[in-house]
Design a binder for this molecule. Structure first.
Ligand SMILES: [Zn+2]
Ligand SMILES: [Zn+2]
Length: 255
């Protein structure tokens, strides 16, 4: 079995003490391909370095909406350079977050749109972070037409919303909350997303699935999310692993 964690933050400070053990545990659990995702310029640099040194690790580089206000003036040039490095497979995470509003919305929109332009220019897929901003993210992405491919990471919308992004050609990624007892509409999304558009992720060190809810998450725990998705869809764990890993390779060319 080969599972692919399409979204984690392996560079996070919380992994400083045990990073190589975390990777070993992931591999032992069958999670043998990981995409570590940048959220600002320093974390994008760190992610690129991890991808260069750890087999099975790939990187995405980008500025998260929370960090839009702190982006240096030359962030686009820096990202363009980083995207050229070995095993960098996507621009992300990028998007809009109107839940926490840590950067002014106008600035979030500007930084998001510019990075979409960069992804288009470099022909790279995008990793989209979207919180309380579904309608606007949809409008912005649809203005970029079919030239962009990507994933709605840690999807938290309902099935109707998922369908809109699927219609644009996007993938939908399911994270740990699908294992919670009150997972609500996420269960329906995990059941209905076409098997060739479904991705899995941990978003580690955040969002640990049951039975580790509230604790530090790590890529090895992807197995719990995969098992729950398999159960919801009436498939075996091996079938879900194979399909979602094939999807990750198709989208990110990470093989
Ligand atoms: Zn995110
Ligand atoms: Zn993330």
């Amino acid at each position: 079995m080969l599972l692919t964690d399409t979204h984690c933050h392996l560079d996070d400070r919380q992994f400083d003490a045990d990073r190589s053990a975390v990777v070993e545990r992931a591999f032992a659990a069958g999670v043998r391909r990981l995409l570590t995702v940048g959220y600002d310029i320093p974390s994008s640099h760190r992610s690129v370095k991890l991808a260069a040194f750890i087999p099975g690790v790939f990187a995405a580089v980008g500025v998260h909406p929370h960090d839009a206000a702190g982006a240096p003036p030359d962030y686009l040039q820096v990202l363009r350079k980083l995207a050229d490095e070995h095993r960098v497979v996507a621009i992300g995470e990028i998007g809009l977050d109107f839940y926490r509003d840590l950067s002014p919305r106008a600035l979030q929109r500007e930084v998001f749109t510019r990075q979409l332009g960069l992804a288009r220019e470099l022909k790279l897929p995008v990793v989209i972070h979207c919180r309380e901003s579904m309608g606007e993210v949809y409008d912005i992405l649809s203005r970029n037409g079919t030239v962009l491919s990507g994933v709605m990471h840690c999807f938290s919308g309902n099935w109707e919303e998922a369908e809109q992004f699927l219609a644009m050609g996007f993938y939908v990624s399911i994270a740990g909350p699908v294992t919670f007892s009150k997972s609500g509409s996420l269960t329906e999304v995990a059941e209905k997303v076409p098997l060739d558009r479904l991705l899995l992720e941990t978003d580690a060190p955040y969002l640990a699935p049951a039975p580790y809810r509230g604790r530090k998450n790590e890529p090895a725990y992807l197995v719990y999310t995969a098992r729950r998705v398999a159960e919801i869809r009436g498939l075996s764990l091996a079938e879900v692993a194979a399909a979602t890993s094939a999807n990750a390779v198709r989208l990110f060319k990470c093989s």
